[in-house]
Design a protein around this ligand. Sequence first.
Ligand SMILES: Nc1ncnc2c1ncn2[C@@H]1O[C@H](COP(=O)(O)OP(=O)(O)OP(=O)(O)O)[C@@H](O)[C@H]1O
Ligand SMILES: [Mg+2]
Length: 403
Amino acid sequence: MYLRQLSLTNFRNYTRLSLELPRHTTILQGANAQGKTNFLEAIYYLSAARSPYANSDTQLVNWLAKDDDLPHARVEAELVRKNANTRIEITLTRSAERQDAYRKHVRINGLPKRVMDLLGQANTVLFVPQDMTLVDGAPAKRRRYLDATLCQIDSHYCRALTRYNRVLERRNHLLRGLRERGGDRGQMDFWDEGLARGGAEIISRRQETILELETLAQPIHRRLSGDHERLRLRYVPSFDPRQSNGDEHQLRFDLNLPPPISIPMDAAAIQQAFLAALHASRAEQIQRGMTLIGPHRDDVRFFDGQIDLHIYGSRGQQRTAVLALKLAEVRLMTQTTGEHPILLLDEVMSELDADRRRYLCEQIQQAEQALVTTTDLRALTPEVLEGAAVYHVSQGRLEQAQS
Ligand SMILES: Nc1ncnc2c1ncn2[C@@H]1O[C@H](COP(=O)(O)OP(=O)(O)OP(=O)(O)O)[C@@H](O)[C@H]1O
Ligand SMILES: [Mg+2]
């Protein structure tokens, strides 16, 4: 798939932009703080209906536009896929009730749709320098990565995740109530059931995806690391999934010691173990007023052979693993949807050494559409530059460079 046309209105520092995009490669070159990241963010926003950076949509609306009579921002694009062309549009309008809040309106081919309906339309793989810390960063980052990837290709997962988070919130509310005011602890049963059911669905899908990503990442990783290391990815749940009798729940495995345990694939078995773990740790959860286990506390580990890259990986090893993972994500999306996702690469070349850079440039050339930002065109190979549309970005405006 690719975007043929993109329009931005009051999105970040773009007051107004309308651009025809070619298939294959578009490069945005510009100094710092001109709008390179904002441009890619807008495209990602169309695919995920949320920004990878902003906590609230309000941040996306151009500052100057906020004083308008009817302040709004819009991202609009024409998406070309194998069977159909689709016009997708997200508009943010200021909420009538609160000055600092914006409402999201989605239209697909001119018809109003739910935000959820946007997922699965445009698929993108965004690769940014911050991803380089995926391996040694906090677990929340890895969960977010996995959720964002899955939500784009599996709307069922996305809905399950939303439901889970809602149950989790209500359950935590009850835990705090029991801690502060006491009451019938049997009330927990209902929420434990719900949490375990939804949680198992999420864990099982995440686990499946991790295994797929591992298979797809391994050959890339072998190529990048010179054929002698073997990348392994492991989903690490926050409770022991092998234990379901619930008598004395405790973490029987050490997360830091390879090889990590493998967990059941079957959602029913996960649900049973999760439920047992919830029961076993009920007293502690009430005491702390929160749910201490579940997919919201799980993690993913990266191993190079037997070495846990999180702990023992060199910076280079960690980066190689991330690059392999990102490129595996491209293949996973292609495999799942039958279409090539749009590649969005924000200034990542400068994070890589010459060999990995060359490899990534080859991948750009093979992409159906890639949008690449850089402060310095020399970061890209002549093969990528040749045939690419090159724009110079300055203060939220694009100007096509002379070729
Ligand atoms: N809501 C907004 N309204 C107007 N301008 C904004 C808004 N949000 C961010 N900006 C500004 O947009 C400018 C461009 O940001 P962007 O992150 O796209 O820069 P960049 O070209 O990627 O720079 P760098 O090379 O440093 O990464 C920044 O100066 C930022 O302050
Ligand atoms: Mg940037």
